[in-house]
Design a protein around this ligand. Sequence first.
Ligand code: AMP
Ligand code: MG
Length: 486
Amino acid sequence: MFHFDNSYAQLPDRFYAAVYPEPVEGPVLLKFNEALAAELGIEADLSDPARLAEVFAGNVVPSGAMPIAMAYAGHQFGNFSPKLGDGRAILLGEVVDAKGRRRDIQLKGAGPTPFSRRGDGRAALGPVLREYLVSEAMASLGIPATRALAAVATGEAVQREQLMPGAVFVRVAASHVRVGTFQFFAAKGDDEGVKLLADYVIDRHYPELKDRPNPYLAMLETVALRQAELIARWMGIGFIHGVMNTDNMTISGETIDFGPCAFLDEYDPAKVFSSIDQAGRYAYRNQPGIGQWNMARLAECLLPLLDADEEKAVEAANAVLKIFGEHFQAEWLSVFRAKLGLAGEEAGDAELVQALLGAMQEAEADFTLAFRLLAHAAEGRDEAFLALFPDQQKATAFLATWRERLSREDQPATALAATMRSVNPAVIPRNHRVEEAIAAALNGDIGVFHQLLQALEKPFEELPEFASYMLPPQVEERVAQTFCGT
Ligand code: AMP
Ligand code: MG
């Protein structure tokens, strides 16, 4: 069924624990991503969903799989844990996709591993559906993220705040190597482990760096650039990751771990949804700073590889962290320039963006809708956009400056509006819709989830059948908090 070609399992024993999934009582296939399966060269017999459910629940281990739980460490909310690891995830193996890219196939919630500590190794249905919806939405929005191959109900209950139906999520990733994977070896003083991992990463993700004078420094820099770009893209769609611990930051540059993530409704840069993020460490506006902090942790791990002279190694690492900041600023500006429909670059562009964001914050305007409706204004229809601002003074002033700026670009209005609509989504996985889909599924109705998933497929189009998904929550629908609920 899978054409496995496993490389991580070839690394030394201390990189992982070999462990088989623990079979579940009554697996039922909830969703299977046929398009992704085709991309991955998976031969699935769709006429036999029961068989697919058994494979994706871990009851039947397909031939060629080498199930392992990966070892990693990580800073969680700033505190270092030397041993985290896959406590409820099992890597079945790797396949090489149609484009020649190596991808991991991982079962999340497939039973305990040597890294489970006090956890049960299981996942609850709610978080599985959330990850399915949000990771697929990210893909449709064009933002690097791990993907959803399948979701399976286990037929078993898991104990969380209350008993919940269990599920397994099948995750596909460019790899599951995280900043925390490097930390695992570095914290033990295992320099050889760090080097083996770095060589593995360069081979797998960044082979073009092999010829650089210092491939390890080049790798650090490339990872930093990818992360800076990724976070800028998150900011552009109002995404709040919610748990940017170093074990939740990939080396590939993909978004990973959709636990307490959420999207901005009304624009508030200090917004935090996660119930466990009391201090607001991972607030919307803190994400770039945290990204840089996480890159500093990666850099620390790599110091011995950067230069034999420690002082020079630290200097090189600091230069990369500086580049992270500069690159983030540049990417952020380019994301928001595009959102405003600006093709060229002018000195005052950042202020122009800030003027809009300032007006949105004061008005508590819906983030997604404000940018989407700005495309109407590009066609001379200001009403819907302005209606988001109870006091229109700042918004009106912004429109005037924006028009003056646009007048120097000379784009026809219809083309401009179309370009803006191609970067400012109409449909995002709004928190209240995600919650609604989960609540319905817990009530036995998976149809709401399927419908939402479909609505998220073409986020830049305004399809009449999905019109309601564009609407912000009514006051009483607003989601105040999200829960890890692992
Ligand atoms: P996360 O919050 O998903 O990033 O997970 C942090 C750590 O907790 C990782 O080492 C996970 O494998 C582990 N973990 C989370 N949930 C469970 C669970 N239900 N059983 C065992 N380990 C878990
Ligand atoms: Mg994690």
